[in-house]
Every structure is written in structure tokens, then in C-alpha cells.
Ligand binder design. Structure first.
Ligand SMILES: NC(=O)c1ccc[n+]([C@@H]2O[C@H](COP(=O)([O-])OP(=O)(O)OC[C@H]3O[C@@H](n4cnc5c(N)ncnc54)[C@H](OP(=O)(O)O)[C@@H]3O)[C@@H](O)[C@H]2O)c1
Length: 288
């Protein structure tokens, strides 16, 4: 029982990223993990590491064909912030991954986002039609369409702002803590609502979903809807920093084209999963 020959094989794209790194760290021992990086040779133990640029479809096919994973968890993505090439990485890269997984008869778990929605209504279910209003959102909606078009067995997991309690921390927490500690004024939106999710509960849910066979689309986010401003203040307080320098700002009044209420209805995930999906006020307690 439990010999290495019995272990199931998973490949994680974007293992060097925030979510990918935690997927490697918290992988159940039943899984044999290969993880990929692009520019940051990754440090997390517990995986075999492979270099991969998802824009290179032949390389994607070669790596997936060699590893022959039962499940691929596709977290690699160009995210907002840098001068990211959303189309090449998120759309073309996802198509390459989905086709390679289909070619080996594997199953794909594809990470998507709440900003595939326009944010006009909120509390979106899996049946609501994506209507993205940003370049990033459009690329992630097109990525979902690529997954659905290529006939691969796939689960699309839409999630929200991902945060942690302990290092390595997420970019948003680090940005808020650095800014507030250095006295740099920052402003956070009071009218952009999200369901922030604790990385460790998202990872638990993803491994539980990898173990099962549920396919389609699933919303997996935290139980509590908060504005970015409310969320930022809670992150600062939890990490022992007074949130006073954080200014409240209205996204609508800013004139920027950004989705406002992207809260997700996660009732299907709560029915399906044993892993709890707690809200921020349940997770960010008891830091000493
Ligand atoms: N973070 C959030 O709050 C959030 C919210 C909703 C949805 N999501 C989704 O969740 C997933 C994970 O997000 P994250 O925050 O963990 O991302 P992240 O920290 O920005 O990491 C991105 C990962 O993608 C890799 N990557 C970028 N371009 C690549 C390319 N051309 N070829 C191969 N790999 C490439 C990076 O590799 P290197 O670092 O090695 O270059 C890194 O491992 C993404 O699909 C994202 O859209 C995230």
C-alpha cells in the first residue's frame, strides 16, 4: 500500500507563481508532482521542475507528452500588472495546454477568474454568460472558450482575489504592507466587490477536485463579499499594521473601466466539496 508506483501523476503549469507554489507545497502525498516555471526557476520542494513557455505549443506538447499526467492544473497566466501579453499567454497558451491534455487523454483543471463578468450585477452563477470589460478579463474568457472548444475533459475553476496568512505572501498583501509601512499613501476602491479566497482553502479545493471527476465550470471563492478597501484594511490589521493611511476611493467615480461587483455564487462548490471556503473574517484571525 502507498508505494510510489501507486501515486497519481499531476502536472502544474505556473508552479513558480503564487497559487502554483502553494499547490506544490500542499500537494497530498498521493500525488506525484511535476511543476513548470517560465522565468523564475522555482524553489518549492516536492516536485520535479520543468521549464515551459506556454506560448510554444510544441514545447507544451513535448512536456505533457513526456510527463503523461492524469491531471494538469493550469495556473500559468499573464496577470494584470506588468506589460503582460494576455493574448499570447492566456489565450494561445491555454489552447496549447488544452490540446496537449486532450491528446494524451488527460483531464484539465483550468484556473479562471471572476473578472470574466462585467461586474454590473454580482453574485454570478456558473450559468451566467461571461461579458468581460478589461483586456485581462477578455483574455481569460477567451481562454475558457478555448478549453471548451477543444473537447478535453476539463473543469474550469473561476476564483477571486487570492490571499495568504503566511509567507510566501501574495502580491496584494505585500504591496499593501510595504506601502503602509513606508508611509506611501495608497487608495483602494470601496465599490469593487469580490469574494477573496484564502490560498490554502483554494488549494485544498483544487486537490479535492483533482481527486474527483467533476467537470464543467465551478465557482470557488471565499464566503464573504468585501470591497477592495474593506479587504485591504483587514489584511493590514491582520499583519499588525494600522490601516489608517489607506484612502477610500470610488472606482466608478475614477472614470476607469473596471468591473465593479464580481461576487460569485459558490453554492454549487459548497455542495460538492468537503473543503470549506471560509470568508476573510474567519481566516484572518488569531495572528500573534
Ligand atoms: N491572484 C489572484 O488573485 C487571482 C484571482 C483570480 C484568478 N487568478 C488566476 O489564478 C491563476 C494563478 O494566478 P497567480 O496569481 O498564482 O499567478 P502569478 O503569481 O502571476 O503566476 C503566474 C505564473 O504563470 C507563469 N507564466 C507566465 N507567463 C508564462 C508563459 N509564457 N509560459 C509559462 N508560464 C508562464 C509564471 O512563471 P514565471 O513566474 O516562472 O515566469 C508564474 O508561474 C491564474 O490563471 C490567474 O488568472 C488569480
Amino acid at each position: 500500500m502507498g508505494g510510489t508506483a501507486m501515486r497519481r501523476r499531476a502536472l502544474i503549469t505556473g508552479g513558480s507563481g503564487y497559487l502554483g507554489n502553494w499547490l506544490v507545497r500542499l500537494a497530498p502525498p498521493t500525488w506525484d508532482i511535476t511543476a513548470t516555471y517560465w522565468t523564475q526557476p522555482a524553489a518549492a520542494p516536492g516536485a520535479t521542475w520543468r521549464h515551459l513557455d506556454v506560448r510554444d505549443a510544441a514545447a507544451v506538447m513535448a512536456v505533457i507528452g513526456e510527463v503523461m499526467p492524469e491531471v494538469v492544473i493550469h495556473t500559468a497566466a499573464a496577470n494584470p500588472g506588468a506589460n503582460a501579453d494576455f493574448t499570447a499567454v492566456n489565450v494561445d497558451g491555454t489552447r496549447a495546454v488544452a490540446r496537449a491534455v486532450a491528446a494524451i487523454g488527460g483531464r484539465l483543471i483550468h484556473l479562471s477568474t471572476d473578472v470574466v463578468f462585467d461586474g454590473e450585477r454580482g453574485n454570478y452563477t456558473e450559468e451566467d454568460i461571461p461579458n468581460p470589460i478589461t483586456d485581462y478579463g477578455r483574455s481569460k474568457a477567451l481562454a475558457e472558450a478555448e478549453v471548451q472548444a477543444c473537447g478535453v475533459r476539463a473543469l474550469i475553476v473561476r476564483t477571486s482575489l487570492i490571499y495568504g496568512r503566511r509567507p510566501p505572501l501574495d502580491r496584494q498583501t505585500l504591496w499593501i504592507l510595504n506601502s503602509v509601512q513606508n508611509g506611501a499613501p495608497i487608495a483602494l476602491f470601496t465599490d469593487e466587490l469580490r469574494n477573496p479566497i484564502w490560498v490554502e482553502s483554494l488549494v485544498g479545493a483544487l486537490w479535492e477536485l483533482a481527486d474527483g471527476d467533476y467537470n464543467g465550470v465551478l465557482h470557488v471563492a471565499g464566503a464573504q463579499a468585501l470591497s477592495r478597501y474593506e479587504f485591504g484594511a483587514r489584511l493590514a490589521r491582520f499583519h499588525g499594521v494600522a490601516p489608517d493611511p489607506i484612502r477610500a476611493m470610488s472606482s466608478r467615480a475614477s472614470g476607469l473601466i473596471r468591473p465593479l461587483d464580481c461576487t460569485l455564487d459558490c453554492s454549487k462548490a459548497r455542495t460538492l466539496l468537503r473543503t470549506p471556503l471560509p470568508g476573510v473574517d474567519t481566516v484572518l484571525v488569531g495572528n500573534e
